[in-house]
Ligand binder design. Structure first.
Ligand SMILES: NC(=O)C1=CN([C@@H]2O[C@H](COP(=O)(O)OP(=O)(O)OC[C@H]3O[C@@H](n4cnc5c(N)ncnc54)[C@H](O)[C@@H]3O)[C@@H](O)[C@H]2O)[C@@H](O)CC1
Ligand SMILES: [K+]
Length: 772
């Protein structure tokens, strides 16, 4: 919106009224003005963009605003330097200068010299009482601001501009176009000529005064002293652009990394608008899906930094401005990391997980954290802190798990992609149940440092996405951590996989001539409403692959029995307690949290599903010293050899099988039964999960319930698996949006990131909290 303007004469009269009718003192008005200036600086140039701020102060009240702003900026952690060549001798100004000197804020006489080392400039030289041509000693600083590449924020007016008519026709300031302007109390007529980012600061004007001068009160948000407004500035451009974007069909639903980058780099949208669009979807649909534990309170300011970088030509990173949701068992230094467990509600890592750092370094915006099956121990995605996450395709069903919050959120387009962890099934079950792609990498490919652990042998982490291409970019970034001394398994990475670009592997190749082993032991051939749809979808997969020229061999070996593998080789109960005790006792884990697993399970603030009571009870007393553990590790080696031999015996490119032999279970079920993740989990072989089809449509599941396929390959063959997944996705287009979250959501300008409170009211009664 464009606000009504105030000419110089009325601006002066308004100030007088504020002091007489309004009963404000000059000190107060200046304090409020300077405070709003400091907030505007923070908004356009957060400290992470560079802390050095050069504040140019003129001889009048505009200069006073600059002195006040500098003091606030110092307290926000900036390092201001003051250029104040014509210092007023009045008591007010001397006190303002003393206040700065008491903070050791330096004063400089060398504007041009200081400009060379500063990160941002505040122009508080002249305000609404400026007239005529600029006189010394201010000519040089204005010429310097005109030409510098350092961004400038002008207070009330770009100094040298006529209050009514804008920039002078010639002389100093004729080409002065600051990046940002903050109009105090109300915009002046000169804003017609201003095209940058425009704020108004004046959240103290009484209604009576506003009415007398016919002023619009802008829409201040939260505790902000400032509001960004439209008119001819950037905001207007953004508003126009959003409208254009809608007309041209750009939409965050089902958006991909490439689509987001195209929109951003062709100026169809801004990073902030993008983030707002995803948040709008979360606000609209999360109350039903309950997939989010927390949103990142800094997401919008990070987006602003990205926009600033983009404007400056510094948009770098494969994930520049890509909103990503991470499972809440990934350590994040700016959000608690809870594992969905009430007893970890206030557990605050001070160091990001290695992969979180990698995602941020690649430009991603960590939009928030997703619910999971508590501590990632099962696949129903219910937790004492996060409640029950709901499958967006069928609200009576679970979203799979344990990374079910990520699965449901990505399916509902709450972010471009998300991350998960997988100890037995947890990256694959949510992909399968939400018509998504995921990769469980070879053991060691991605560092697990800073992830709430379960099992050194079985834990793996990876991305979940709506298309293979995004999965490949995300895997490339997550695997870029490489060897990490904090996770010994990363020492296994072969040279050929170090720094690999998985996107490059997506092109070329053909299904023709490929050989797939269809694992018969991983099906449930007893006909039922829950199993028949899976079997029928796989008949279709078989036909599609065969039609594309591939050979599908049925593998009948009796080693492929998930229940038997699980009973014989699962290592979790031996490794869990030691791993968790190490995680919980690290010095870098701050906030309040238990320091051992035993302490956690004596708190009463946890949820364990009854079918896992004995597993957790055993874990609390067992360890890797247990005599049976060595035998199990040996057994896994034998299984690994048998698996390799299956590949060799049939000249296979990959094994294929349903992630789950039945449909994803209903909410309230005793467990997520029928899954086949254990084979890859214990052997450490990589799996890419792809959507395979849907069950028939029903009233509860209008587009059907998603059914997913695992493609398991030999170690370190992620590139080939992704290529295969892409080829399959090309001949078998499966993914569809969930009906319930299908509608577009109009986004709104947000002053701050809304707080999301997970819904724990619907935890099924079958899972009592605090019982073990
Ligand atoms: N008066 C108030 O109560 C408030 C004033 N505010 C600030 O005060 C500003 C207005 O303050 P002032 O009326 O003191 O005036 P300004 O700060 O706009 O500047 C006037 C000073 O600049 C000098 N000057 C004018 N034209 C010049 C030229 N061509 N070359 C060199 N020097 C020139 C004048 O001699 C005078 O010393 C507003 O724009 C705003 O920033 C805000 O703090 C809000 C409250
Ligand atoms: K100014």
């Amino acid at each position: 919106m464009a606000l009504r303007t105030l000419n110089a004469k009325n601006a002066g009269a308004l100030d007088k009224d504020l002091m007489s009718i309004g009963a404000f003192s000059l000190d107060q008005l200046m304090e409020l003005a300077g405070l709003s200036v400091s907030q505007a600086v923070y908004r356009v140039h957060p400290p992470s963009n560079g802390r050095k701020i050069l504040v140019a102060c003129g001889p009048g009240n505009n200069g006073g605003d600059g002195l006040v702003a500098a003091r606030h900026l110092w307290h926000y952690g900036y390092q201001p330097t003051i250029f104040y060549p014509k210092q007023s001798k009045s008591d007010l100004y001397e006190r303002l200068a003393t206040q700065l000197k008491n903070l050791d804020v330096p004063f400089t006489e060398d504007f041009n010299g200081s400009l060379k080392t500063t990160d941002h400039v505040v122009d508080a030289i002249f305000g609404f009482s400026f007239s005529g041509e600029v006189r010394d000693p201010f000519k040089d600083p204005i010429i310097a601001m005109e030409t510098t590449k350092v961004p400038v924020l002008s207070v009330d007016a770009p100094s040298s501009w006529s209050i009514e008519d804008g920039p002078p026709a010639s002389g100093p300031g004729a080409k002065f176009h600051p990046a940002t302007l903050i109009s105090l109390t109300a915009p002046k007529p000169l804003v017609k000529h201003f095209t940058g980012t425009h704020f108004v600061g004046g959240r103290f004007i009484p209604q009576s005064v506003a009415e007398k001068y016919d002023l619009d009160i802008p829409d201040y948000q939260g505790v902000d002293q400032i509001a960004e407004i439209g008119g001819t500035g950037t905001e207007a451009k953004k508003e126009k652009v959003v409208g254009l974007a809608e007309r041209q069909g750009y939409d965050v639903r089902e958006s991909t990394i490439e689509a987001v980058h195209n929109a951003l780099y062709s100026d169809l949208t801004s990073c902030r608008s993008l983030v707002e669009s995803f948040i709008a979807r979360i606000e609209a649909y999360n109350p039903t899906i309950n997939a989010i534990i927390t949103l990142n309170p800094n997401a919008l300011s990070i987006a602003d930094e990205k926009d600033y970088a983009l404007a400056a030509g510094n948009a770098t990173g494969a994930l520049f401005c890509i909103p990503v949701l991470v499972k809440d068992n990934y350590d994040t230094s700016d959000m608690n990391t809870t594992g969905g467990c009430l007893d970890l509600a206030n557990s605050q890592p001070t160091v990001d997980a290695a992969v979180v750092t990698a995602l941020k370094n690649a430009g991603a915006i960590i939009l928030g954290k997703t619910n999971l099956h508590e501590l990632a121990l099962e696949g129903l995605t219910v937790s004492s802190l996060g409640g029950q996450t709901v499958n967006p395709y069928d609200h009576t069903r679970t979203p799979g798990g344990s990374s079910g919050g990520t699965g449901a959120a990505v399916a509902a387009s709450f972010a471009v992609f998300g991350t998960g962890t997988d100890t037995v099934n947890s990256l694959r079950s949510p992909a399968s149940a939400n018509s998504l792609f995921s990769v469980r990498p070879t053991r060691g490919l991605i560092s697990r440092a800073g992830i709430i652990p379960i099992s050194f042998t079985q834990d793996a982490i990876g991305p979940i996405a709506r298309i293979v291409d995004d999965l490949a970019v995300a895997l490339t970034v997550m695997a870029s951590v490489g060897y990490d001394p904090d996770d010994n398994a990363t020492a296994l990475i072969p040279f050929s996989s170090v720094g690999q670009d998985y996107s490059a592997a997506l092109y070329g190749g053909s299904l023709k001539g490929m050989r797939f082993g269809l694992v018969e032991g991983f099906f449930n051939r007893t006909a039922s409403n829950e199993t028949t749809p899976v079997n029928q979808v796989f008949n279709g997969v078989n036909a599609t692959l065969t039609n594309a020229g591939a050979t599908v061999v049925t593998i009948t070996s009796n080693i492929f029995n998930s229940t038997a593998i699980s009973n014989a080789f699962d290592t979790q109960r031996f490794e869990y307690r030691q791993e968790m005790d190490t995680y919980l006792s690290r010095a870098s884990l701050q906030g309040t949290h238990p320091s051992t697993l035993a302490e956690l399970y004596s708190s009463g603030k946890y949820l364990v599903i009854p079918s896992q009571y004995s597993y957790v009870d055993t874990s609390l007393v067992s360890s890797t010293d247990n005599i049976t553990y060595a035998g199990i590790k040996l057994g896994i080696q034998n299984l690994t050899v048998a698996l390799e031999n299956t590949f060799k015996a049939h000249s296979l490119d990959a094994l294929i099988y349903p992630e789950q032999a039945n449909l994803v279970v209903k909410i309230g079920s005793p467990s997520q039964s029928g899954r086949n993740g254990i084979l890859a989990a214990v052997t450490g072989f990589p799996v890419v999960t792809v959507p395979a089809g849907f069950s028939p449509s029903t009233a509860d599941a209008p587009v059907g319930i998603p059914i997913g396929m695992e493609i398991l390959g030999m170690p370190w063959t992620e590139a080939r698996l992704l290529n295969t997944a892409k080829l399959i996705a090309e001949v078998k287009r499966v993914r569809r949006m969930p009906k319930g979250t299908e509608a577009a959501v109009e986004s709104v300008r947000l002053g701050e990131v809304p707080k999301i409170v997970p819904d724990t009211r619907d935890i099924p009664r079958a899972y009592p909290v605090g019982i073990l």
